[in-house]
Write a new protein. Structure first.
Length: 424
């Protein structure tokens, strides 16, 4: 399939705006310049629209979209023990698929073209990715809580899923090994996870230093801070995508950078669950970590919009540091695009020939984007999901003029409502 996008205002890798046509052949951007007059199977008149790289949401639990609004205004550990873990015991393959489809629908409509997910019943999540046309890195979330018998079952399932789904849907689905966190996984499970990832040549996705309570528990158990503990296990490497990283010391930031770890910063979820503090982004950036953004699940956010994450990322750092110049709009935009693609190992995130054609078009004439003094600032601080008009994933038109083409949105919503009623 080929697509020609004409007369767009494109946002370049430097964050500048320029008039541009884009020719997509197969799943790749083949040309990006003004005045392209090539023939194509599909043409998009992008006059009056902004052309952006699609967003990469690097930490999500999409099936938890069924639990949106179910457990609000609670701190993390109470939220988990009293509300989330009990209701998750009622979820099955059907409800996980319904929740994943609902989450994917929301992500597409807000300009996300790829995401990373860890949960249970992951075959159902993979099926939702397959059904929707979305791009994703998926991992089975492993927890053993020190139980040796459970550990072996979790590792077996994590490896089975990673082997079975990696590279499916012409490469739209990649897989990872996903130990939940240092607080829910034994040292043996963490070490085995790293070994399996090395064997399969895949990424590792986990939660790390999300709350102060987690920090204290790890220190009490190991006499080490969480990052130092993982390093002592030989766990840290460029394969690792670590979500949250709020309670990180300056020394830990240096170690994460030295080991090539990528970070998924989840500012909205962190603030809503009142984990305290703010992830030390400038220190992590200075250490050389790849920074990306994640929404976490809709049960703790309660949105899957990367527009909210970009804005919150910048504002949280400014507020916490009393510094209006820290994490500028251009940096937040880069986290959501180039940074996210790099963290997921995807050749995307820029409007450049040779990159994967994961692109979105926004309504440049929307009232909340006027006047256009600074388009990057408008995108980060003013835009919202409703401004996204068209979405292209892997060279295929997935949403056109806000109508999803790859599945029936109304049926997805109806099924999600029915499944939510069964479990909540």
């Amino acid at each position: 399939m080929s697509i020609l996008i004409k007369d767009a205002t494109a946002i370049t890798r430097e964050g500048k705006a320029k008039k541009c046509d884009v020719l997509i052949e197969g799943n790749t951007i083949s040309r990006a310049s003004p005045g392209i007059n090539a023939s194509a199977e599909h043409k998009i008149n992008a006059s009056g629209k902004l052309l952006l790289p699609g967003f990469a949401n690097t930490h999500a639990h999409t099936a938890m979209s069924l639990l949106r609004g179910y457990a609000d205004d609670m701190e993390l550990h109470k939220w988990l023990k009293e509300r989330i873990w009990p209701v998750e015991k009622k979820m099955n393959a059907q409800s996980v698929h319904a929740g994943a489809m609902l989450g994917i629908c929301e992500m597409i409509k807000s300009g996300t073209t790829s995401f990373s997910d860890m949960y249970f019943q992951m075959d159902s999540v993979a099926k939702a990715v397959s059904d929707s046309g979305m791009r994703s890195m998926l991992g089975y979330g492993m927890v053993d809580l020190g139980d040796e018998g459970k550990r072996e079952k979790e590792l077996k399932e994590g490896e089975r899923f990673a082997r079975e789904w990696n590279g499916k849907e012409e490469g739209r689905i990649s897989t990872c090994i996903a130990p939940h966190s240092p607080i829910t996984c034994s040292s043996e499970l963490l070490q085995s996870s790293a070994q399996i990832a090395n064997k399969l040549n895949c990424k590792i996705h986990l939660h790390l230093s999300e709350t102060r309570e987690e920090l204290f528990q790890i220190m009490q158990k190991t006499n080490k801070r969480p990052v130092d503990y993982l390093d002592s296990l030989g766990f840290l490497s460029p394969r690792v995508l670590a979500a949250h990283c709020v309670w990180i010391s300056a020394q830990e930031a240096v170690l994460l950078g030295k080991k090539g770890v990528s970070i998924s910063h989840c500012p909205v979820s962190n603030m809503k669950l009142a984990g305290g503090g703010a992830a030390p982004l400038p220190e992590l950036m200075g250490a050389g970590c790849t920074i990306s953004l994640g929404t976490d699940g809709a049960a703790s956010n309660n949105s899957l919009s990367m527009f909210e994450e970009m804005k919150s990322c910048s504002l949280l750092q400014k507020h916490a540091r009393w510094d209006a110049e820290v994490i500028k709009a251009q940096e937040a935009f880069a986290f959501a695009t180039k940074g996210g693609a790099k963290a997921l190992g995807i050749n995307a995130g820029e409007i450049t020939p040779g990159k994967l054609a994961d692109l979105i078009l926004l309504d440049a004439k929307a009232v909340n984007l006027q006047p256009a003094h600074n388009l990057i600032s408008n995108i980060v601080y003013s835009a919202h999901a409703g401004n996204v008009m068209d979405v292209i994933i892997d060279g295929k038109l997935i949403m056109q003029e806000r109508k999803i083409l790859s599945f029936d949105e109304e049926k997805v919503i109806e099924k999600a409502e029915n499944e939510a009623e069964k479990i909540c």
